[in-house]
Design a protein. Structure first.
Length: 260
């Protein structure tokens, strides 16, 4: 049953010309899905990354690795890492997230849930990979399958020369993927993916997102239509709201928000 307040929201949105678009999910990948061999990092402190194309603004929900076991090298730990593409010439720049996984399953896709870290990525590329640990022995602490198509998306980082170098040792691309949940309100004739609000529904904390360096103007109204928050910001702003249904405008775009 729709109450009077909910109906007023619906009528207000219909008269204003749009609803928030549903969030879409897609898989970021470069591998062709045919594993042909296993390789790892030979130097402690190295980082191996795969450059995944990002079609639109979104939040990484899951990272997918395909751990491989080499005879004589047991590899029980994955130190995963994600970098933005804001380095010189689009190379890895700002670290966006990292963590450690144990008790891996081998020779199949292993999911790493990163939704709670709110790793927001912009259109372009995102670098997803793994790190070795200088305190561990043996040196080859983690291996991953690679595929048969060398698309040129692998990169490696050496602590000794502190430079990102394209990996030419592995004959293919490491099989690393990511699940992207796109965010934002989309309307005809306007850029897709921005601005956005996530998560929605929310358990209390809500993030309003435009993009790095972009100016934002936010208005939040309660169920009675009363303005309760007015804020100008740059890039992104986070708010904590009580349970309820809210109407918001973000740079003139309108949407509804539920806090449970």
């Amino acid at each position: 049953m729709v109450d009077n307040i909910s109906m007023s929201f619906l009528l207000f949105l219909m008269s204003s010309g749009g609803f928030p678009s549903p969030q879409a999910v897609e898989t970021l990948r470069v591998d062709d899905g045919a594993p042909t061999g296993v390789a790892g990092l030979p130097i402690p402190g190295d980082i191996e990354l795969v450059r995944l194309p990002v079609p639109k603004w979104g939040r990484l929900m899951t990272l997918l690795y395909r751990p491989g076991r080499l005879l004589g090298f047991e590899t029980p730990i994955l130190h995963w890492v994600v970098f933005n593409d804001d380095g010189p010439g689009g190379l890895p720049g700002t670290p966006l997230g990292f963590g450690t996984e144990t008790d891996l399953s081998y020779d199949s896709w292993y999911p790493v849930n990163v939704a709670s870290q709110y790793i927001v990525v912009n259109p372009g590329y995102v670098y997803v990979g793994w790190m070795t640990d200088t305190s561990l022995n043996p040196l080859l602490w983690y291996q991953n399958w690679y595929d048969s198509a060398p698309d040129g998306h692998n990169y490696t980082f050496s602590i000794q020369d502190t430079a990102w170098i394209q990996d030419t040792l592995t004959p293919g691309d490491y099989m690393v993927r990511a699940i992207l949940e796109t965010i934002g309100v989309e309307e005809e004739g306007e850029p897709g993916g921005i601005p956005g609000v996530f998560p929605n529904p929310s358990a209390g904390e809500v993030n309003f997102f435009l993009g790095p360096g972009l100016l934002g103007s936010l208005r939040v109204y309660d169920a009675g239509g009363r303005l309760i928050i007015r804020k100008e910001f740059v890039g992104q702003v986070s708010l904590r709201l009580e349970k309820g249904v809210y109407l918001y405008t973000l740079n003139g775009r309108m949407g509804t928000l539920t806090v449970r």
